[in-house]
Design a binder for this molecule. Structure first.
Ligand code: PEP
Ligand code: MG
Length: 562
């Protein structure tokens, strides 16, 4: 499963996590408490350096993660758990490890993959402090060979940050999720990464030549010398073209025959806007506003939200900003939302349903967005729409808010993330100003596969022809009503899929910032007729694997990829 795109050639380098031994019983409480404080102070100093490191391309994600770890390091509940164990005569290591493991285990039981992945942050912090206790923190990562393909069961963000990135050609993990923090850091650094490959990768001996092809989702172990040579040449050509692509990305995107395709960025906080603009984003096609709502005891006020949106709009300058309303649900521990426990949270009160169940929450967010005024080039996007009744219910609240605030109108789009909304795209296109396809959820609901399920990860492929048919249908409905049709799910960040999406009738892609130059180059290299032909064939395919093969074959045939 692809967590960060690209191709890499190098030698296997197995990385095993050091697990310092932990005694249960401590010396005396003062000695153990002092030891824990010293270890935490060492970790704190290192995290503070990382969190405040000078801004540089690819470092933003690592800085944010260090800041999140700093907060966890001072978490009062975890600390009180540790101190209570110290007072029972336990060792510093045992007292630190126990409450963190308990909290991580609780998170791992939660149905939401993004929360499950936060358990990794706790494991990471556990390991950093235990290593510091053992006197090993801050020593940096193990030495890597040049062009290392790092292989591990899982990788912690701190492990990845400690490694010399200039020696890492690629990462291949037996477990892990495509939306984990490690995946985010790897993508930000442009390191091709595959996750959920299964335990067999752990048996590849160190030094084995490996080709990691994240485009095809393949790890080729000890391939023939000719294949290695071809792959090396392809990597060198890609690296050379990346420089040119970045410069060209500042221009607007068009197909080879001049059809305008907009390429925007998905953004999760103000910190990401800079990278988006530098990579040539023509605006923000999806602002995930969850960052303002999670990890706190009360909802953000209208003023706080408005200030956050205004700062992002200002950083984007004259480029459009698409603000998605809160996409939280019963599965997310938002302390101030007393949502009942749900048996199937992915099918519960999530997305727009949460806002309609708690209208005050929705009203406040809509007021904060409308307060930006018309000049901000903002538009609203509603998540998890099933049919027009969802949209009309939000529009009713929006009309009230508009009357209260006087004036300002705003375009409202709906996310096509459920098979129901794709099948009803005609009426939704009629009622909405634009459509934006969320392929992550659309794939999960179409294939009936949990998007965070580790054993299904390899089959959860948005290139499945069933998903493609829903995309084609949505794009056709949008076109017939003269509406804009975007894709903002993960498929839009796969350069391999870009000509296909264009051929299916999509006119905007919203992607992770790092891939934007490559997306624009890929689209610029194909004519609309070729895109349509690729789409025609893909719609007739009978599996996602067949579609991937088709894309690689067609793009290689037309010389778009080596
Ligand atoms: C999607 O579902 O494709 C999407 C863009 O939304 P999210 O990943 O935030 O659920
Ligand atoms: Mg979604």
């Amino acid at each position: 499963m692809v967590a960060s795109p690209g191709v890499a050639v190098g030698e296997a380098c197995q990385l095993r996590r050091l697990e310092p031994e932990v005694r249960e019983t401590g010396a005396d409480i003062n000695t153990e408490t002092a030891a824990l404080e010293r270890a935490r102070a060492a970790v704190r100093a290192r995290l503070e350096r990382a969190a405040h490191a000078p801004a540089a391309a690819g470092h933003e994600a690592a800085r944010e993660i260090a800041a999140a770890h700093l907060e966890l390091l001072e978490d009062p509940e975890l600390l009180s758990g540790a101190h209570s164990l110290l007072s029972q005569g336990k060792s510093a290591g045992f007292a630190w490890r126990s409450p963190l493991r308990a909290a991580a285990d609780t998170l791992r039981q939660l149905p939401d993959p993004r929360l499950r992945e936060r358990a990794d942050d706790l494991t990471d912090l556990e390991s950093q402090v235990l290593l510091a206790l053992a006197g090993g923190a801050g020593t940096g990562g193990p030495a890597l060979p040049a062009h290392a393909i790092v292989i591990a069961q899982e990788l912690l963000p701190s492990q990845l940050v400690a490694l010399d990135a200039s020696r890492i050609a690629g990462i291949a993990l037996a477990a892990g999720g495509a939306t984990s923090h490690v995946a985010i850091i790897a993508a930000a650094k442009g390191i091709p990464t595959l996750v959920a490959l299964g335990p067999s990768v752990l048996a590849v001996p160190d030094g084995t030549p490996v080709v990691l092809d994240a485009g095809r989702g393949l790890l080729e172990i000890a391939p023939a010398p000719e294949r290695l040579a071809r792959a090396r040449a392809a990597v060198a050509a890609l690296a050379a073209s990346r420089v040119g692509e970045l410069a060209a990305a500042q221009h607007e995107c068009r197909t080879a025959d001049g059809i305008r395709i907009e390429v925007l960025a998905n953004i999760g906080s103000l910190a990401e806007v800079d990278a988006a603009v530098k990579n040539g984003a023509e605006g923000c096609g999806l602002l995930r506003t969850e960052f303002l709502f999670l990890d706190r005891q009360s909802p953000p006020s209208e003023a706080e939200q408005s200030a956050a949106y205004a700062a992002i709009a200002a950083a984007l300058g004259s480029r459009p900003l698409t603000i998605r309303t809160l996409d939280a649900g019963g599965d997310k521990p938002i302390a101030y939302l007393p949502l009942p426990p749900e048996e199937n949270p992915a099918l519960g009160l999530r997305g727009v349903r949460t806002g309609l169940a708690y209208p005050q929450l929705l009203r406040t967010q809509l007021r904060a967005v409308l307060a930006l005024g018309e000049r901000s080039r903002c538009r609203l996007l509603l998540p998890m729409i099933t049919d027009t009744s969802d949209l009309l219910a939000v529009r009713a609240v929006l009309d009230e808010v508009r009357r209260e605030l006087g004036g300002a109108d705003i375009k409202v789009g709906v996310m096509i993330e459920t098979p129901a909304s794709a099948l009803l795209a005609e009426s939704l296109a009629e009622a909405a100003d634009f459509l934006s396809i969320g392929t992550n959820d659309l794939t999960q609901y179409t294939l009936a596969m949990d998007r965070g399920h580790p054993q299904l990860a390899a089959r959860l492929d948005a290139l499945h022809p069933a998903v493609l048919r829903l995309i084609a249908r949505t794009a056709a409905a949008a076109r017939a009503r003269g509406r804009h049709c975007a894709v903002c799910g993960g498929l839009a960040s796969e350069p391999l899929a870009a000509p296909l999406l264009v051929g299916l009738g999509v006119n905007e892609l919203s992607a992770v910032p790092a891939v934007i130059p490559r997306l624009k180059a890929r689209i610029g290299a194909v004519a609309m007729a070729e895109c349509r032909e690729i789409a025609r064939q893909a719609l007739q395919a009978d599996s996602a694997a067949a579609v991937r093969e088709l894309l690689v074959r067609e793009l290689a045939r037309t010389g778009v990829i080596p």
